[in-house]
Design a protein around this ligand. Structure first.
Ligand SMILES: [Zn+2]
Length: 377
């Protein structure tokens, strides 16, 4: 395996043990991987979780918390049993590489010269990992990309094998070994994701993707409830919420800045865009959380923040949301929760959402600051 050292190849001691036992098992019992599972569990138990993010794949019978990537794919780690079942269908080369951290020969992979438009998915579980838009010729002999399809779709771990320190990359969903990432790539990232062709499956643009390679179903909702820092923070914690982003909506200037919006002249309201999985959380539940987080009876202000940009609003993305929001507000108005005070929340069709400057995103997490908004979950 001398050629393997070219890329860095190498298999860590832990992986090598798993791999050797797996191969021996396969030889003795075909593709039955029962014994390798037992060994992997035992070995993973001795591995610090902070070093090996894939240890979570090695726990048997453990229910995994649902996770969805920024781009909307289900990246919940697969169980050990599920990975084994999928891996048992691989050809020997793909098995060696993805399950044993092996490396194919340089200049021999089937996808090295591929220049077609399309997506590169994990050969084991089908998760999209790289796009043809980011592929480049590195001259190394292995397919190379300067950025992943979605950073959430890969995990990284330190690989000390082969007498040097490298960063191994793995599929975030199934833990399959993909290759390594180096800091000698081209602009704009300066990174080189060095892949094994056999760890990937290519689907040409226009061809149908299998369900496991498609994004999970997502929906979007927009809420304005005063300063977006706290609203974004707590929406992000919602079960079934994939992502919450701070931004500006309902104004009359494109690409508004915080300063412009703060001047109270652009008509924008500080708004939080909520991307959610409608299978796991309803729009109604989001409405409930939103009204728990702010006071809808305050006109053009919220707590200490005064101005039109802090108004209360539900910007509906479709007519179904409009009906639900109006019905919910009517319901609230009929109760005694606000002691007779009128709900002034605006319900309007959503205009363009303009994301706020980076420093506003995840503001409470970054600053450790507090906010007048309380946790609605
Ligand atoms: Zn995978």
């Amino acid at each position: 395996m001398g050629f393997l050292r070219e890329m860095g190849v190498g298999i860590s001691v832990r992986r090598r043990l798993v791999y050797v036992v797996s191969m021996a098992t396969m030889l003795l019992a075909g593709w039955s991987l029962a014994t390798s599972t037992q060994v992997r569990d035992r070995v993973d138990d001795s591995t610090p979780p902070s070093v090996n993010q894939n240890a979570e794949h090695g726990k048997k019978g453990q229910a995994m918390k649902f996770r969805q990537s920024k781009s909307g794919y289900d990246i919940t780690p697969l169980s050990c049993e599920a990975v084994e079942e999928l891996a048992s269908k691989l050809d020997p080369e793909a098995y060696h590489i993805t399950q044993g951290a092996d490396t194919e020969r340089a200049f021999c992979g089937g996808l090295l010269e591929n220049k077609k438009d399309g997506v590169y998915t994990c050969v084991v579980c089908g998760l999209p990992l790289f796009s043809s838009a980011h592929k480049f010729d590195s001259g190394t002999g292995w397919p190379s990309f300067y950025t992943p399809f979605d950073a959430d779709h890969l995990t990284q771990q330190v690989d000390n094998s082969g007498g040097r320190v490298r960063t191994e990359i793995n599929c975030a969903r199934c833990g399959a070994h993909m290759g390594h990432v180096f800091d000698d790539g081209p602009p704009p990232t300066g990174q080189r994701y060095c892949l094994n062709s056999a760890a990937l499956k290519f689907s040409e643009k226009g061809s149908p993707l299998p369900p496991e390679s498609r994004p999970a179903q997502t929906d979007v909702a927009y809420f304005a409830g005063g300063c977006f820092w706290g609203i974004e923070h707590y929406f992000q914690l919602g079960p079934g919420v994939i992502d919450a982003t701070s931004g500006y909506m309902q104004g009359n200037v494109d690409n508004p800045t915080y300063k412009q919006v703060g001047s109270d002249t652009t008509g924008h309201a500080e708004t939080v865009k909520v991307v959610f999985d409608p299978q796991r959380i309803t729009y109604r539940r989001l409405l409930e959380a939103f009204f728990d987080m702010h006071d809808p009876t305050q006109m053009d202000r919220q707590g200490p923040d005064v101005g039109n940009q802090y108004r209360s609003g539900v910007w509906y993305a479709n007519d179904r949301q409009r009906k639900e929001a109006e019905a919910f507000i009517k319901e609230l108005s009929g109760g005694d929760r606000y002691r007779g005070k009128k709900i002034v929340t605006q319900v309007e069709p959503a205009k363009t959402f303009w994301p706020a400057e980076d420093y506003h995103q995840d503001y409470l997490d970054k600053t450790g600051g507090a906010c007048h908004v309380s946790n609605p979950w």
